[in-house]
Ligand binder design. Structure first.
Ligand SMILES: [Cu+2]
Length: 128
């Protein structure tokens, strides 16, 4: 088969469609069972978190690993009373269960250098 620009587009649509359909099926099957588990890694570097935004769904069990690629930082989400120290060049991992839908800011709570105050981000919880 000759791969034309049009057929390549159709193949890509097929791949994208499969990626959308699979999580929907998984959610339907597990509706009354254990909550979905989600895992993210957030990297701190140059006074920035990356990514600055993660999206989860209400009731998800969220496992977050925060890794610093330079100095020590902290990772705080007031809504969840989470405040974890992230060692220089190291990481910390913790879990929480997503509650009410909203956007919950996270930030670095260290105060030694002014840069720590400029590390904003958010955990966005979508309703089911
Ligand atoms: Cu910091």
């Amino acid at each position: 088969m000759r791969i034309t620009r049009r057929s390549l587009g159709l193949i890509l649509i097929g791949v994208g469609g499969a990626m959308v359909v699979r999580p929907l099926l998984a959610r339907g099957a597990g509706q009354d069972q254990a909550p979905n588990r989600r895992e993210f890694t957030i990297v701190a570097k140059d006074y920035q978190y990356s990514p600055t935004r993660i999206e989860v769904t209400q009731d998800d069990l969220v496992k977050l690993t925060i890794r610093s690629e330079d100095i020590a930082h902290s990772f705080t989400i007031d809504e969840y009373r989470i405040s974890k120290r992230v060692p220089a060049g190291g990481s910390t991992t913790f879990e929480f269960q997503a509650g009410r839908p909203s956007a919950f800011p996270f930030y670095c709570g260290l105060t030694g250098q002014p840069g720590h105050r400029t590390m904003p981000g958010a955990v966005v919880v979508r309703s089911k």
